[in-house]
Structure formats: structure tokens, C-alpha cells
Design a protein around this ligand. Sequence first.
Ligand SMILES: [Zn+2]
Length: 239
Amino acid sequence: MAEDVSQGKVDLELPPLDNRLVASAAARLDAAKIPHVLWGNYMLTIFGIPTIVDGIDFVIDDDFMDAAYHTLQGEGFKECKSEGCISKKNLGYAPTPHNHLHITESLSLGFYKKSDILWRLPNLLNVDGETIILASDLNQLPGPDILGRGGRFQQDLHPVRVLAVYQLVPALLLLAKKDMSTYGRYWMNWISYILEYCTENGVFDQNRLTGIYKTYINAFLEGDYTAKHQAFACIGITE
Ligand SMILES: [Zn+2]
């Protein structure tokens, strides 16, 4: 309708959720100099893990939480208007974002604090190929699966930062330890997906882990319950 045209950018309609939308959100954050990496289920698909995509998640440097929210609000990402929104609930079995916007009513854009998720990472900007890589990395990420789903991003999109898999697995083990009494199992499920799908597609080789993380994953894969528990007890302390 003609009268809608003049309502300004707060009423912009977003395109469907796909790699292009993720890259354009990352581009907005980069333009505003907001340190971030992609996170959540969308990130898992990039590693070739088939999972239900429930939106976009970013881990943001703590000092930029409000800036990230305000940068993407009004770019078509909508303020949450639902009291019963799942992204606001304290679920007990899964983490909830520090704050969030919406792509659609059921698809959200979640912002997680770096200090809650990736506290050991020195910074979220440094693409060194070992700690942080690009979502389009040809060497470390798979192509799409036989149904054309998931895998690395197209080369022509704005570069999107993600953790390298050898950084992601230790980060998830640290999270499982930190959140042991709440949703530690949620992070352990991510590790199981990585071991299942990323070993098969060649993205992950357990022998490239080091220290206690390697000990833990080897025990996990061998089904050695005692060694696994002993290693888990040392995570966050000895490495
Ligand atoms: Zn919401």
C-alpha cells in the first residue's frame, strides 16, 4: 500500500533467513565496529551439522551489547513484543540470549555476551585461521551436503567470523563445565554433533586437539567413562 512507503526503515521487511541475511547482519555490526562472532545453531550448520535453524546468534564483546542491539534494530530486525517469547524465558535446559530481536515472530536474532560464552578468547576480531576463521573458509569448512544444505558460506558474501573447530570444542567443554549444574548437557550435545558429523565430513580430527581436551575427547570416543570423568574434572583447572 502506498502509505507504507513513507514509514521509514523501522518497517523494512527482512528477506528470508539464509546465509545472505546472516552476512548482511554481520556487515552492519562490522560497519559499526562491533566485535562479534557467529554462534548458535546457524553456526553449527556451517560445519555441516544438520540442525534446525531457529534464527541467528552472535557472541558480542560485553562493551558493545547495547550498540549491537541498536545497530540491528531498525534494519528490519524487530523489537520483541511477546511476553511469552521463548528467548526471554529462563529455560533451564538451554541458555537464553542477553537480549534479542526478531527476524519473524518465531525466528530470533540473539545476542550473547562474550564473558558468558567465550571468556577465554582474547578478541573477536582477529581472523588468524586458528582461533577464528571466516564462514567461507575453503580449507576448514565443508561444502553443502547432498541436499544442498549447510556448509561454508559463498565467497562473495561479507566475511562472517566463526570459531575454528579446534577452538570451538575446547570452548564447549569449558561451557559444559561452567554450566554443569544447569544446561551443561546442551553444550555436550553440540560436542556430540561435532564428533558425529565433522569427523565424517573431514572437518574435525580429534588428534589435532591438545592437552586435557584431547584426553577427554579420546576417552569420550572410546567409551571410557572413568577416563572421561577424570579429564572433565581437570578442564578449566589444569590446561
Ligand atoms: Zn522475543
